[in-house]
Design a protein. Structure first.
Length: 140
């Protein structure tokens, strides 16, 4: 087993994961970041997307986050998110419905739509669907 770092993934409601990982990948605002053990300290905002952990034996675990903050210390990585869900717990039907509603709201020509909110909802639904799709691919 290689070097590991302790990882905490916490939502507003509960702690989703606490354990060790050899590598952490997260959807930072500036693009996906990869965090290895003893990474330089860093604090960055996260966008909606998938957090991936490579644990011992190259096994991967996937989590959806709605955004939040990523704090990196040399031996601890903390993901603080409003919403964090294990990828296998995501509801595909609900994500598809949310995507459909957001897309129709963006097409509303009456102008009674909060476009920023609709775009954010669409981005969240797309990120959830991407996490579900990625989880399916890795199970094959």
């Amino acid at each position: 087993m290689g070097m590991t770092t302790h990882v905490n993934i916490v939502s507003a409601e509960e702690e989703i994961f606490s354990g060790t990982a050899e590598m952490v990948f997260a959807p930072a605002i500036m693009g996906e970041v990869g965090i290895a053990p003893r990474h330089t300290p860093m604090l960055t905002p996260l966008k909606a997307g998938e957090v991936r952990l490579q644990t011992a034996g190259k096994e991967e675990q996937f989590f959806y986050v709605s955004g939040g903050m990523l704090e990196v210390q040399p031996h601890v990585v903390t993901v603080l998110a409003d919403t964090a869900i294990r990828a296998h717990d995501l509801d595909e039907a609900a994500a598809l419905e949310a995507q459909k509603q957001a897309e129709s709201a963006l097409k509303d020509s009456a102008g009674k739509v909060d476009y920023a909110k609709a775009q954010a909802e669409l981005a969240e639904a797309m990120a959830q669907l991407k996490a579900i799709e990625h989880l399916r691919k890795t199970k094959r």
